[in-house]
Design a binder for this molecule. Structure first.
Ligand code: HEM
Length: 201
């Protein structure tokens, strides 16, 4: 009995895990872009868009990504070897599109390491490396669209389309309308810091 439903359990878990990870990472990118463009909720609302939410979504996405990969690995129907799961183009199943997912995983790990190394590499380099997340979003979208069995269904196409439009609109806002550097207030030699802070607001 268990052996007859196990292939369905692993395959459904792999697919659900993939979509959950994709949606969570997309939300993390959206919150990240909103933070960098200083998009805030109205002041009378609680400040929902903050870096804790960004980190939480990323971490939760990483957990579901682990579930996705593990379920695909143990699935008895596709019978992936470890090399097919971790080495690009080694898979017997949709090798090229699987490679997009594997490369996304490695780039994601590289970005996670860059976060840990932030005190050593400095803010400027960390920020430059963080831009790679946008490439990651594109790679994950291509991977989901062409590897997944659900890639051509209306709801999956809807998820990919809505995600891409939201990220695209916020990215354009970031590139074309965001004021990158805050205006510096000239510092008179004898003014206390508190006065300068209030002048900046
Ligand atoms: C080692 C890395 C990865 C491996 C081995 C892998 C494996 C797979 C496999 C085998 C499928 C096909 C499932 C099916 O046919 O329904 C799939 C689909 C999918 N993957 Fe991955 N994946 C990896 C990384 C990623 C990453 C980084 C994401 C992004 C968050 C992701 C999101 C998805 C999505 C959304 C689907 C579509 C599921 C569906 O249409 O049902 N995967 N992946």
């Amino acid at each position: 009995m268990i052996s007859s439903i196990w292939p369905s359990v692993t395959w459904y878990t792999a697919r659900a895990g993939g979509f959950t990870a994709y949606v969570l990472f997309t939300l993390a990118v959206i919150v990240g872009l909103a933070l960098s463009t200083k998009l805030q909720s109205p002041s009378r609302w609680p400040r929902l868009i903050n870096s804790e939410l960004h980190n939480f979504l990323t971490l939760l996405g990483a957990i579901f990504l682990g579930v996705h990969i593990l379920a695909a690995w143990v699935d008895p129907f596709t019978r992936f070897g470890w090399n097919e799961i971790f080495i690009p183009f080694a898979s017997h199943y949709r090798a090229v599109w699987m490679a997009f997912g594997i490369v996304t995983l490695y780039l994601g790990i590289a970005i996670a390491i860059s976060i840990l190394l932030r005190p050593y590499i400095g803010y400027k380099w960390w920020r430059r490396l963080h831009v790679v997340t946008l490439g990651l979003f594109v790679l994950a979208t291509i991977h989901g669209l062409f590897t997944g069995s659900d890639g051509q269904t209306w709801w999956a196409l809807g998820i990919y389309a809505v995600s891409s439009v939201l990220v695209g609109v916020l990215l354009c806002r970031r590139i074309f309308f965001s004021k990158e550097k805050p205006k510096r207030v000239p510092v008179p030699a004898n003014k206390p810091v508190a006065v300068l802070e209030s002048a900046r607001r």
